[in-house]
Design a protein around this ligand. Structure first.
Ligand code: CA
Length: 693
């Protein structure tokens, strides 16, 4: 059945409930029309593909900016959607904006005040990666666990559900998905807390909970929720439930209408190290897996586990593209995913069987994936049997949350690929002592330490075009630093991608030739979208480096990216657009004047150790700068113990996204402040040593 006749059938069946706008479902199953972009990956199949052709290889040279809209500071690496000429997106912590897509006029804003409601959960996660639409409502999920339905016309809440229990350390950053009148959301937090993953489906109209599926088994003595959990429990050892287990569904969910199946991608184990988590034994289902569920009931259908006995934060939570392919002369209904572990998997989505898997980046942890068993052929030593191992890819992932895309036109998958290696070290860490390793810190999550090599930031990412039928690379374009932008591919035979160095590019989808490039005056990490209003095709992307900077403080300094100065904007393009952007405010690190500073190396060392445990992910490694959070060397707050304590101990900047750390002692806070002042002193000295700019 063609998409158009499918839509017509839905209408004739009387399933269209909304009096305004498109039918609730037609645009989400639409593969040919493409006027709207109503879901994170546009349609149920999450291809991040627009069939529109007005912007194409011949016309893209005339693509220009139509309008831009400045956004407030805070994470803006988020996927927008478009329905009926209105753009919707959630910036910062689920602050939802509705904008006239033709003009850039702000229609409404809804702020759920998530940082204030989040408590310690504010220490994890990054804000919202996307929103969903259904039948005149916009759905957003918050850091503190609320799922909120807003009236798409007014931005007023229609219903709100708290999806987490009181004191639950989980949080939500992923986009909700909507299908068949249900809205589904997972959550995150297994890197830093002892939790079990789950997804929950709610009635899209009322918010009533319909079903919940847990991804890992709980304590056997309490009984299992279903047969799937009982089956999964046989793959765990020791007292795993004390550690939570993990397997959160923090990002990717897809839906196949034909079989009424929801596919969820599950995350890493909690903690990562199986020796600690599960007595070193078992596959630990359903960690790091694609799990298929009956959409009506949430009942288990099948699973495919990407990394049995997960031990590296290799989760399977990256995009799942549903595509119908012809492989070896056979029509196959496939699910394609490029998870963190560096292999591109093609699964039969009717039964979860592996069709093929090949690496799209250098991979050292496995020789390959056995096509008969579907299991990886692991290289010796990768489970840090000797205590230490260096492998690629890494916990950052060969592919992170920024979307890959599947083109219905070229039949290729496009992957924002990352090439890195990391060293895992669990010497001295045992199941008995691991919790003492450090609270809300990486070592707690890992059950090992983790280190990245220095100096590889410059050439460690690429845009990869991959043929999923032949399992072969078709072309590859290197991109700057170790993180690049999410992807859009179109019927105009184009691939759009942003970069950390402010470029927003369009490539020929067949050969990777760069056909168009725009200076966005800011990093572009978020996924672009495309849609059509009154016959004109638009492309929209939101700028800002998001949260990808914590590991690359020095690289970000090179590109002049900083929390305070970087531009966060909505950019909308069309053929013939002539709008322009103001010049970039280039960041120059400046230390605050501090005449009363006296060196105290012991206190600074104590502070640095705390910094590297608790602050580094947002404020940046190596130097106290990154772009995700302010460069503290230039902050007057470090000059005053009183101001510093108000922020760190009392939470004065929680509304801005700075978590409260009430448990730090006077000595800890004094040490931290001394570390920042010492870092500022180092910067002052290096600035003084250089000639004035
Ligand atoms: Ca993780």
């Amino acid at each position: 059945m063609s998409p158009r006749s499918a839509a017509a059938l839905l209408l004739s069946c009387g399933l269209m409930l909304a009096a305004t706008g498109p039918s609730p479902e037609a645009s989400l199953v639409d593969t040919a029309g493409g006027n709207d972009w109503p879901g994170f990956g546009r349609t149920y199949g999450e291809q991040h593909y627009s069939p529109l052709t007005e912007i194409n290889r011949d016309s893209v040279g005339k693509l220009g900016l139509v309008w831009s809209m400045d956004l407030e500071p805070g994470n803006s690496a988020t996927g927008p959607i478009e329905v009926d000429g209105v753009l919707y997106f959630a910036r910062f912590y689920s602050v939802v904006n509705a904008v006239d897509a033709k003009t850039g006029k702000l229609l409404w804003t809804y702020d759920p005040h998530a940082p204030e409601a989040s408590g310690v959960r504010l220490r994890q996660g990054w804000g919202s990666r996307g929103v969903a639409w259904w039948n005149g409502k916009i759905y957003t999920a918050t850091q503190d666990g609320r799922l909120i339905a807003l009236d798409a016309k007014t931005g007023k809440p229609v219903w709100a559900m708290q999806t987490l229990d009181q004191g639950d350390p989980r949080f939500i950053s992923g986009p909700p998905r909507v299908f068949d009148g249900k809205v589904i959301i997972g959550n995150a937090g297994a890197d830093e807390a002892a939790i079990r993953g789950y997804v929950t489906a709610y009635d899209a109209e009322t918010g009533k909970q319909l079903w919940r599926f847990w991804t890992v088994p709980g304590e056997p003595a309490k009984g299992f929720e279903n047969a799937a959990m009982e089956m999964a429990s046989k793959t765990w050892a020791g007292e795993w439930w004390k550690h939570g287990g993990g397997g959160t569904v923090w990002n990717s969910i897809a839906y196949d209408k034909d079989s009424d199946t929801v596919f969820i991608g599950t995350g890493n184990g909690s903690p990562w190290n199986r020796k600690v988590r599960s007595a070193g034994q078992g596959d630990n289902l359903f960690l790091c897996s694609i799990v298929a569920l009956d959409a009506k009931t949430g009942q288990y259908k099948w699973h495919y586990q990407i990394n049995p006995g997960e031990s590296w934060d290799f989760n399977a939570a990256m995009d799942m593209h549903l595509a119908d392919l012809t492989i070896d002369g056979r029509a196959r209904k496939t699910l394609i995913t490029a998870p963190k572990n560096g292999f591109l998997y093609v699964l039969d989505r009717t039964n979860g069987k592996l069709i093929s898997a090949e690496p799209f980046v250098p991979v050292t942890w496995a020789k390959g994936i056995d096509r008969a068993t579907g299991r990886p052929i692991e290289n010796p030593g990768i489970r840090y049997e000797s205590g230490v191992t260096t492998i690629s890819p890494t916990p950052v992932g060969a592919h992170s949350w920024v979307p890959s895309a599947f083109s219905r036109q070229t039949g290729l998958v496009y992957i924002p690929a990352i090439e890195l290696e990391a060293t895992y070290d669990d010497r001295g860490i045992t199941a008995a002592n691991w919790k003492r390793e450090g609270g809300m810190a990486l070592n707690y999550a890992v059950g090992s330490s983790i280190a990245f090599p220095k100096g590889r930031e410059n050439s460690a990412s690429a845009l990869v075009a991959w043929d999923p039928v032949r399992q072969k690379q078709v072309w590859r374009v290197p991109t700057p630093v170790h993180f690049n932008g999410g992807l859009l591919t179109t019927g105009g035979n184009l691939v759009f991608q942003g970069q950390m160095d402010d470029r927003f590019n369009a490539y020929d989808a067949t050969n990777g030739k760069r056909l168009w490039s725009f200076d966005a005056k800011a990093p572009v990490i978020a996924p672009p979208i495309s849609y059509r209003i009154d016959g004109r095709q638009y492309v929209t992307v939101i700028t800002g480096n998001g949260t990808s900077g914590g590991f690359l403080g020095s690289a970000l300094a090179r590109y002049g990216i900083d929390y305070r100065t970087q531009a966060r904007r909505v950019l909308t393009f069309a053929i013939g657009g002539t709008a322009s952007l103001p010049p970039k405010e280039r960041y120059v690190a400046t230390a605050v004047e501090d005449p009363e500073y006296r060196a105290d190396p012991a206190a600074a060392a104590h502070g640095e150790a705390i910094y590297n445990m608790r602050c580094v992910v947002c404020h940046g490694g190596g130097v106290a700068a990154a772009g995700v959070a302010p460069d503290l060397r230039g902050s007057p707050i470090i000059l005053s113990a009183e101001s510093f304590d108000q922020v760190v101990r009392d939470g004065a900047l929680v509304p801005n996204g700075m978590p409260r750390y009430a448990e730090l002692t006077d000595k800890d806070r004094a040490g931290l402040r001394q570390f920042f002042r010492a870092s500022a002193q180092t910067l002052r000295q290096s600035t003084a040593a250089k000639p004035a700019r």
